[in-house]
Design a protein around this ligand. Structure first.
Ligand code: 2AM
Ligand code: CA
Length: 255
């Protein structure tokens, strides 16, 4: 299954890399939410790989999905064919493909591919997390004032204000703050130890499924924004190196 996830992420990523420098067709899906021809082309590529390797599988992909229930017994593939569409459409070179497989709400394996840097992050539960062939480990920073915080911005006004209030509390206490616009890459940066914390108030399961197992297998911790166990059908996410998890929770979150 990990090999299928990797192949799907790589093939979709190659589609994105080929289309990146060309003009884009942009469709508005909703508030601060767009879709390009590349999201759909990459989705076709990823779904094709999963269907070939795992016939009959349930695939929950951002642009094409039916109803799903996280408690179902059926294994579920969560696919974000282009995580960071706003970056992609503007020519900012920060985006990825995310492919994860969950069984009864537990992610078993996943791959996140950054096609421009040819960086493949992947993990299988119990087997460690890797970037290309290198084993990943979260950072050992234990104090907030040493930490680099990554966050992404929700689309809706009220949630964006909540996130800004949380940041208002955190920013004076930490080393640095960044926002890259790809949740999947944000989680992978925590896994590799280049960032210490990632949070976002609203994400879909396709954004996080692969990143969850990559962070956990790198020794990090993933919960909801209150520090409670996460659920793939809930919107709020906090991933850290584990050492500063409690300190972040105590600094927020703002409701
Ligand atoms: P996307 O590019 O696939 O749309 C930037 O805000 C990051 O958060 C991106 O990974 C973006 O995913 C994701 N994101 C933001 N708001 C979201 C929402 N309401 N639902 C799902 N993903 C969201
Ligand atoms: Ca997407």
């Amino acid at each position: 299954m990990l090999e299928i996830a990797i192949r799907a992420a790589r093939e979709a990523g190659q589609v994105l890399a080929a289309l990146y420098a060309r003009p884009h067709e942009i469709h508005v899906k909703g508030l601060r939410d767009i879709l390009t021809e590349a999201d759909l082309a990459a989705e076709q590529a990823a779904i094709g790989v999963i269907r070939a390797g795992c016939p009959g599988a349930l695939i929950v992909s951002e642009e094409t999905h039916t109803q799903w229930d996280v408690r179902s017994e059926q294994p579920m593939w969560f696919v974000d064919p282009l995580d960071g569409t706003t970056n992609f459409a503007r020519g900012l070179p920060m985006f990825s493909v995310s492919v994860g497989l969950a069984v009864k709400g537990q992610v078993q394996c996943g791959a996140v591919y950054d096609p421009l840097l040819d960086r493949l992050y992947y993990a299988e539960r119990g087997q460690g997390a890797y970037l290309n062939n290198q084993r990943l480990a979260v950072s050992d920073r234990a104090k907030l004032d040493e930490c680099l915080i990554l966050l992404d911005w929700p689309r809706h006004q009220a949630t964006r204000e909540q996130s800004a209030k949380f940041l208002h509390r955190l920013a004076p206490q930490v080393d640095a703050v960044r926002s890259r616009g790809s949740a999947a890459l944000g989680l992978c940066h925590v896994a590799e130890g280049s960032a210490d914390v990632y949070y976002q108030y609203t994400l879909g399961p396709w954004d996080v499924a692969a990143g969850i197992v990559i962070v956990e297998e790198a020794g990090g911790k993933v919960t909801n924004l209150h520090g409670q166990p996460y659920s793939l059908d809930q919107p709020g996410w906090l991933a850290t190196n584990g050492l500063v998890h409690q300190a972040i929770i105590e600094a927020g979150p703002y409701q």
